[in-house]
Write a protein that binds this ligand. Structure first.
Ligand SMILES: Nc1ncnc2c1ncn2[C@@H]1O[C@H](COP(=O)(O)OP(=O)(O)OP(=O)(O)O)[C@@H](O)[C@H]1O
Length: 311
């Protein structure tokens, strides 16, 4: 069943089109990844879905209900975890969750039960009476998630929930997303980290300059790129490397230089490995190891846009 339908969704800010004619469906039970660089239009799209931003054109339906006509229905079925942490510093963790769940109409014993359930889910039961000012960034994020899920929404939208947090909290959040999904929630997860999207999402849309440029399972997306491969060359030092000269080798499409590894995206149709290696030898650069990487969503993005996801 389609839980969410976007039809020709558009948002303009003055003359600027931030979301451009987006049409897509999210089916019940999916973890739907929304992948794009900073400024691609992810937040604008999901803020419209969550009813936080008016649409300029098009239509959003949640379970067949047009959200412009029935905002209350949409709100009661959506839990939104915004990009900016939205919690009250002068309320305890418990009071924060209670406050947000109360906004969705929960009262009395049910409110208490769901507040405790949500705090337990994010692993903050023992911090219920503590104030967020004593929390790490990751704990605040988890509290933010508890505030969004206590009313048991069918659709949970998370806007880059792992930005700026420690690896342990990041892993906790990623496994919470999977657990919520197993419990029956449909998730929309936005990120510019392709590794996260690859790890947890069942279907992915890539957005660029407000437009959906590709959509499908990760296998379907990777099938787009049958004609390029990534070669990683591990070296002692890149001091004498000339990336522009490497780029001029036939078949080489992109060269990325990191501290001790040179990442080369190359056409599979040209056999240029000898020439590439010769280039390193001539420059007096010691090659320590060489490996070919399986294609990932970053390569897909590069192929479709000509830019790196992290640029
Ligand atoms: N209120 C606004 N007024 C004018 N322009 C805006 C407004 N909100 C967003 N934009 C612009 O719309 C574009 C899309 O922004 P959006 O926040 O949706 O991107 P994003 O993909 O979520 O990126 P990020 O990861 O940085 O949040 C950007 O160019 C942004 O500058």
């Amino acid at each position: 069943m389609k839980l969410l339908e976007l039809k020709n969704l558009t948002r303009k800010f003055g003359d600027f089109i931030a979301v451009d004619n987006v049409t897509l469906d999210v089916k019940e039970g999916e973890i739907f990844g929304f992948l794009g660089t900073n400024g691609a239009g992810k937040s604008t799209t999901i803020n419209m879905i969550a009813g936080l931003l008016n649409i300029s054109d098009g239509e959003i339906k949640i379970m067949d209900n047009n959200i412009s006509k029935n905002k209350k229905f949409a709100k009661s079925h959506i839990g939104m975890v915004p990009q900016e942490i939205a919690i009250y510093e002068d309320l305890t963790a418990y009071e924060n969750v209670q406050f947000f769940a109360g906004l969705y109409g929960l009262r009395g014993a049910e409110l208490k039960e769901r507040t405790e359930e949500a705090l337990g889910f994010v692993g903050l039961t023992d911090k219920a009476k503590h104030y967020p000012k004593t929390f790490s960034g990751g704990m605040k994020r988890r509290l933010n998630i508890a505030c969004a899920i206590a009313h048991r929404p069918k659709l949970i939208i998370m806007d880059e929930p792992t930005v700026g947090i420690d690896p342990q909290s990041r892993n906790y959040i990623l496994s919470s997303v999977q657990k919520l999904n197993e419990m029956g929630c449909t998730i929309i997860y936005t990120s510019h980290y392709m590794e996260e999207v690859e790890e947890i999402c069942t279907r992915i849309a890539i957005i660029d300059h407000g437009k959906i440029i590709a959509e499908g399972t990760k296998e379907q997306l990777k099938a787009i790129i049958t004609d390029t491969k990534d070669i990683w060359i591990h070296v002692g030092s890149t001091d004498y490397l000339d990336p522009e000269a490497l780029k001029s080798i036939s078949g080489v499409k992109e060269v990325q230089v990191e501290e001790e590894v040179v990442k080369i995206n190359s056409s599979t149709e040209v056999n240029n490995l000898n020439t590439i290696i010769q280039h390193f030898i001539s420059a007096g650069i010691e090659i320590r190891a060489l490996d070919e990487q399986a294609p990932n969503l970053g390569t897909v993005f590069l192929t479709l846009t000509g830019r790196n996801l992290r640029d």
